[in-house]
Design a protein around this ligand. Structure first.
Ligand code: PFF
Length: 452
């Protein structure tokens, strides 16, 4: 079958960075740091990225690029007639579960973009802003409409196809994203009281690190790099055979990490300046940033509104580029494995994720009483995917490349048949990480976390 390809390595990196950089960096990273004690968590997170996430990233890209197929096709091609094909199911379901709750948060950013367009934050106190957020997410219709708008935008981009849709979209928006978040960070750092937030991010206090924080750091790193669910595998299947997988992986991880840290420095100083508790949870971003804008608004209302609009456009675009990568996994599956037409596949994925997303959205309001393992439906889907399915998926990908694929094939793919000198030189270390370190450490953290 003839397949589209990303036109160069830099666009492939941009598209993968587009998938990686999203609400995970801007919304989830800061509140995870806040819930797990600050700088010490960041250190564990860095270690997890280097030792666990990168090997999984390489594993997924090796499988995807070697076969130029989505997860199920790839497994069938590399391990025909084995149980590995069931891996496909995990990698189709997980991104769709993530997309459901992700789209709800995407919807919140649609609402906050509208609020900032109408100068809603000006003159409001921290209490007003907190109450407004709580009131909004626990209401019935507003969040549902916003979730529907967000998911419809994803579907439209997906309908445009890989080249015109995803590639073009990422190419123009990712550089803009960086610029915008840096502007917000600079303003946040200039707020009175911001230095406490900087200290919180830079001075590790290991006594604040909970036992579960290690698993949380690993889950956050996988979530942020879109690992363990076949997204990177699927994107890599669109990368040309002569491209360098080492630099695509390292490039994407560096962008992702840089973006998360900048987002941390944009949010946490403002959290301290506003006197909000850093462990306030999923609402942290949406309660903190309007505070920044209300402060800015005191002397420069137009500037405050402009920055607010820019920021929520940023959040929205970052969320969209990630959401379309999850959407694409499901569409690729239906098109390539079930022979469904692309437009129909897009409609089907839309419907399924929309329905589950509605339940997630309502779980802050009318369905709040439904508890699964002590969490509401939204929290359950989040924890199930980040702490369980992605971890398990990542483990399986490293095991597949490290133990099931032939070493020669892995080396060939990673080094382009030995042509890439540097990749060839470091291949033994990378292979060791994939085959031994990553699976062993993931398993250890996983089991320890289950037992705790
Ligand atoms: N990496 C995305 C983020 O940080 O927002 C989230 C994500 C995208 C997770 C795609 C999983 C995925 F397949």
């Amino acid at each position: 079958m003839s397949r589209e390809h990303f036109s160069s390595r830099s666009t492939a990196v941009l598209a993968m960075a587009g998938s990686a950089i999203g609400l995970g960096n801007i919304w989830r990273f800061p509140y995870m740091v806040g819930e797990n004690g600050g700088a010490a968590f960041i250190l564990v997170y860095l270690l997890a990225t280097l030792l666990l996430s990168l090997p999984i990233f390489f594993s997924e890209s090796i499988i995807g690029r070697a076969t130029h197929q989505g997860t199920i096709g790839a497994m069938k091609a590399l391990a025909p007639g084995t149980a590995w094909r069931h891996m496909g199911l995990l990698t189709v379901l997980s991104p769709l579960i993530i997309l459901s709750f992700y789209s709800v948060v995407g919807g919140w950013s649609v609402e906050y973009l509208l609020k900032s367009l109408t100068f809603d934050f000006q003159g409001a106190t921290q209490e007003d802003l907190g109450a407004a957020f709580g009131g909004f997410i626990s209401s019935t219709w507003g969040p549902l409409v916003c979730h529907t708008v967000f998911l419809s935008l994803c579907a439209l981009i997906i309908l445009a196809g890989v080249k015109k849709g995803i590639e073009q979209f990422s190419k123009y928006t990712m550089p803009l994203l960086f610029l915008l978040i840096v502007v917000i960070m600079v303003y946040s750092l200039s707020l009175p009281g911001a230095s406490e937030g900087v200290k919180y991010l830079l001075k590790p206090d290991f006594s604040r690190l909970k036992a579960s924080s290690v698993a949380a750091a690993m889950g956050q790193s996988f979530f942020s790099l879109s690992l363990g669910v076949g997204t990177i595998l699927t994107y890599s299947s669109y990368i040309r055979t002569e491209e360098n997988l080492l630099s695509s992986g390292v490039g994407t991880a560096a962008f992702d990490l840089g973006f998360a840290l900048i987002a941390g420095f944009a949010v946490m100083p403002a959290v301290f300046a506003a006197g909000i508790a850093p462990g306030a949870g999923p609402g942290l971003l949406f309660e903190t940033l309007p505070y920044i804008f209300s402060k800015m608004g005191m002397n420069l209302p137009w500037l405050s509104s402009l920055v607010a609009v820019l920021l929520f456009v940023t959040v929205l675009v970052a969320a969209l580029t990630s959401a379309i990568s999850m959407f694409e996994v499901g569409v690729t599956f239906l098109v390539e494995e079930r022979g469904v037409k692309r437009s129909r596949a897009t409609g089907l994925i839309f419907l399924g994720t929309w329905a589950l997303g509605c339940l997630c959205s309502l779980s802050f309001g009318p369905l709040d009483g439904i508890r699964l393992f002590g969490k509401n439906i939204f929290g359950f889907c989040d924890a199930l995917t980040a702490n369980f399915l992605m971890t398990f998926g990542g483990l399986l990908f490293t095991l597949f490349v490290g133990w099931k694929m032939k070493k020669e094939q892995v080396r060939d793919e990673f080094t382009c048949g030995g042509q890439l000198r540097f990749s060839a030189r470091i291949f033994p270390a990378v292979y060791f990480l994939i085959r031994w370190i990553a699976p062993a450490v993931i398993l250890l953290i996983f089991v320890t976390n289950l037992l705790l």
